[in-house]
Design a protein around this ligand. Structure first.
Ligand code: G3P
Ligand code: CA
Length: 275
């Protein structure tokens, strides 16, 4: 297959370079930056004392040596846990054997809980443009607090009001249209991505919730409904696909002309795209 459009495709490291280092840790994001990823994806949740931390699941059980819901733990409690201690390489599967990560620098900071603030510092110090795709988790439960804290933090780093969506190094993603609406209401130029696990009848014609310019379909949608991807593009939307780890899926994304590939394996995908 030729990669005629590959130069236009952004490679986004899903939870960092999460196939080679424990997901959502400083190690995983450092590795993704070293690998040349264009952007970093992270999920954010609020701790009991109101800090935004990069954790995917509602609980810390799968990814750390601790137990309990993120929302019930304070940051100081989360900071005692080791997020490099579990084998989370296989998606949604936990094994009991000792982890054997390909990339894990020495030092507790590499595997302790990662705050969004620390991730923003890492990106600010990267020495090149590194974009961030931040996904709001449990936005319903916290009724606006996740978005409020997120925008406060982005403001502190001068990232909340880009001149235009096209220039923004940050985009906010969610499966919740309400969460994206809150973000746009407070910060209209910040681009938002509506994540899709399936295509509901009201979206089949390629329309997205009002004001959203970027669609985030799963790779399963891309495989099973390529015509839907064409409709999104005809409607003028960008398409950012998750989670694309198989070479044949990368080829399919290239063929369909998607705008971003979100992957656990940024190095492998970049290589496949001849970058
Ligand atoms: O990038 C979007 C993707 O991360 C959504 O699914 O469950 O991995 O957060 P999930
Ligand atoms: Ca995510």
């Amino acid at each position: 297959m030729t990669h005629a459009r590959q130069h236009t495709i952004k490679v986004v490291a899903h939870r960092g370079a999460s196939e080679e280092a424990p997901e959502h840790t400083l190690a995983a994001y450092k590795k993704a930056i070293e690998d040349g990823a264009d952007a970093l994806e992270c999920d954010v949740r609020l701790t009991a004392d109101g800090h935004l931390v990069c954790v995917h699941d509602r609980r810390v059980n799968r990814t750390s040596n601790g137990r309990g819901a993120v929302s019930a733990l304070e940051l100081a409690e989360l900071a005692t846990l080791d997020f490099g201690s579990r084998r989370t390489r296989e998606f949604f599967r936990t094994r009991d054997e000792e982890p054997d990560w390909e990339y894990l620098p020495e030092g507790p900071e590499h595997t302790s809980v990662l705050t969004l603030e620390r991730l923003l510092e890492l990106v600010a110090d990267a020495g090149r443009r590194v974009e961030l795709a931040i996904e709001t988790k449990h936005p319903t439960r916290w009724a606006g607090q996740v978005e409020e804290r997120l925008l406060m933090l982005l403001k502190r780093f001068g990232l909340d009001t880009p001149e235009s969506a096209a220039d923004s190094p940050v985009r906010v993603m969610s499966f919740s249209a309400r969460s994206l609406h809150r973000v746009r209401a407070a910060s209209p130029t910040l681009p938002t991505v509506y994540l899709l696990q399936f295509v509901s009848p009201r979206l089949r014609d390629g329309r997205l919730p009002a004001g959203v310019r970027i669609a985030g379909p799963s790779i399963r949608i891309v495989r099973n409904q390529p015509a839907y991807i064409e409709r999104l593009k005809r409607a003028g939307h960008q398409v950012h696909v998750w989670t694309v780890n198989e070479p044949e899926d990368v080829d399919l994304c290239v063929e369909l002309g998607v705008d971003a590939i979100i992957t656990n394996r940024p190095r492998a995908v970049l290589r496949q795209l001849d970058r």
